[in-house]
Write a protein that binds this ligand. Sequence first.
Ligand code: NI
Length: 234
Amino acid sequence: MLLHIPQVLTPDELARAQALLAEAPWIAGRTTAGPQAASVKHNQQLPVACPQSQALQAIVLGALDRQTLFFSAALPKRVLPPMFNRYAASADGVGDHYGDHVDQAIRHIPSGPLAGQRVRTDLSCTLFLADPASYDGGELVITDTFGSPRIKLPAGDAVLYPGTSVHRVEPVTRGVRLASFFWIESLVRSDEQRRLLFDMDMALMRLRGRHGEDADAVSLTGTYHNLLRMWADT
Ligand code: NI
């Protein structure tokens, strides 16, 4: 499933994030990629331990905490600390881009109390941080059973997609594309089961909105939780 989550960041959070990104110490992005991905990765990233990264992570994680859509769709067990990247146009040659690749299945938490622990990357999330009118190219192209959509979202919006997908970022031909990206290990490993739970949760919210907490809504909510109990791995 591919899900667009609008307005993850408030305008104030976005402005704070953009100010931090403007003074950030960028380094070559290939330093954190596996061997296959590194050969096609041409962009910049923030070092995970720099003060700007830490402040940006707090903004993004705080914003995610408010997002019921994110929680319902991802059913997060663990979220890797968000990272930040920059793709710039080039005056002579091809602008920054990231060719087709699949993200590593297992990643390690880099720092903090859970440092070194393994996280399975069930879901990937990209949070767009630059105004799409300020750059050309830079579409995130995700190839999966749903086709190959070309995704370029308003600043502050996010897209959630299966970690199993082949994806790429098209060359930036004007301006600078800024984004946050991170991975989620879900309580429910199967994309198919997670999708069923998400659809049911959304339908239940609409039902409750129309009819209130009636006996059938309570019964179906019970079924939702019983399915989650059957499928979740805590
Ligand atoms: Ni990737």
